[in-house]
Design a protein around this ligand. Structure first.
Ligand SMILES: *[C@@H]1O[C@H](CO)[C@@H](O)[C@H](O)[C@H]1NC(C)=O
Ligand SMILES: *[C@@H]1O[C@H](CO)[C@@H](O)[C@H](O)[C@H]1NC(C)=O
Length: 348
């Protein structure tokens, strides 16, 4: 055997070992990239730097998740903030939620004319917070902001206001009352406002396997209700989905009724949503029950376990904790730092 053959054999062998040990993760994981997320996250903690433009006048956000994200990033001594724009991978353009589109356009024109950073990527390494998202406008500044910059909106984002490959959604604020009694009693649980379609609410209300109620008497019984049901029912597009993080946390697999693919799920480039939630086409109670019946037993137990693991990313803290909502959002921004640097034609 020649040395080359030995070398090749060794190479094949190590490749084979690598593939057999790495191609199929043995432990089920709620992550899209279970082997890379944690090393990447550590790199983010060490290296991620953001330059924040000073708003003309100080302001606060009125939605709780936006406000927590903003204050955590700007007011505390965040390790992610740099005063040196040349060090920054991303640029943050803060503006109040109620700023008119004309004023946003003026703000962007100002950045473009006064500083070199916008022109380098036409806004692609910039991000902004807007709960409702911004729509398409004809003004050049707004076009670039909408099409190039990363938008962080609130989940669920109004239709047409979210561009999947670059935009991010903020998970709703979840309460943190842990349930004490976790005896499973219901197949499905929902609050009235979680579901939009009245026929669905009416039919499920008279079904003993389901509990559809208006307002639980206190937070503890709310958490207990969630924990005592196999599935928590939500309706995307009209229904209130803000309980989705609590559902995951307390082991109630979210069953989301929807009439279209959901593109703005929180952390959709980090979590395998198909493994932690069930998506049901809006085709009436029959379809919903069929899907839930298919998802019982081992499949349900597995989803429930992965959901509980994933739920740490939905927790908002006053002082940020590792892998909580704030840090997972930062991680999503970090994944988007390799932006296209547009080549500018200096002359025609
Ligand atoms: C950015 O480009 C525009 C033209 O698209 C130009 O008017 C503006 O002066 C440039 N900004 C800077 C800071 O050079
Ligand atoms: C939990 O709730 C179930 C159903 O209401 C009840 O039968 C059971 O005794 C409760 N368990 C505890 C520990 O309170």
């Amino acid at each position: 055997m020649s040395l080359t053959t030995i070398f090749l054999l060794l190479l094949y062998f190590s490749l084979f070992t690598f593939l057999t040990t790495h191609s199929k993760p043995h432990l089920p994981s709620p992550y899209l990239s279970p082997t890379t997320i944690f090393p990447n996250y550590q790199n983010m903690l060490k290296s991620f730097k953001i330059f924040i433009y000073n708003p003309n006048t100080p302001f606060t956000f009125n939605s709780p998740s936006q406000s927590l994200f903003y204050t955590t990033l700007t007011l505390q001594d965040s390790v992610f903030v740099t005063q040196d724009a040349e060090q920054a991978q991303l640029f943050f353009v803060p503006f109040p939620s109620d700023l008119s589109t004309r004023s946003i356009a003026r703000l962007i024109r100002g950045l473009r004319n006064d500083l070199p950073y916008w022109n380098r990527t036409l806004g692609a390494d910039h991000f902004y917070l807007s709960c409702a998202g911004i729509g398409y406008e004809s003004d050049r500044n707004l076009v670039e902001l909408k099409k190039n910059s990363i938008q962080i909106s609130c989940f669920p984002t109004p239709a047409g206001k979210f561009i999947p490959h670059k935009d991010i959604s903020l998970p709703p604020l979840a309460s943190s009352h842990a349930p004490t009694n976790k005896t499973t009693r219901f197949l499905g649980y929902a609050r009235f406002n979680w579901l939009k379609e009245s026929t669905l609410v009416n039919e499920l209300s008279s079904d003993p396997e389901f509990l559809i109620e208006s307002e639980p008497s206190d937070l503890n019984s709310y958490a207990e209700r969630i924990a005592s049901s196999k599935f928590c029912l939500f309706e995307y597009g009209g229904g209130d989905v803000s309980g989705i993080g609590e559902a995951l946390r307390f082991g109630c697999v979210p069953a989301v009724v929807t009439d279209r693919p959901i593109q703005d799920l929180p952390f959709s480039d980090v979590l395998r949503w198909q493994e932690i939630a069930v998506f049901v086409e809006r085709r009436g109670v029959g379809e919903l029950k069929r899907v839930l019946a298919r998802t019982c037993g081992d499949r349900h137990e597995k989803m429930k376990g992965l959901g509980v693991t994933a739920s740490r990313h939905f927790v908002w803290n006053e002082t940020p904790q590792p892998l909580d909502s704030f840090h997972t959002l930062m991680y999503q921004l970090w994944l988007r730092r390799h932006t296209i640097r547009y080549v500018r034609r200096e002359s025609a």
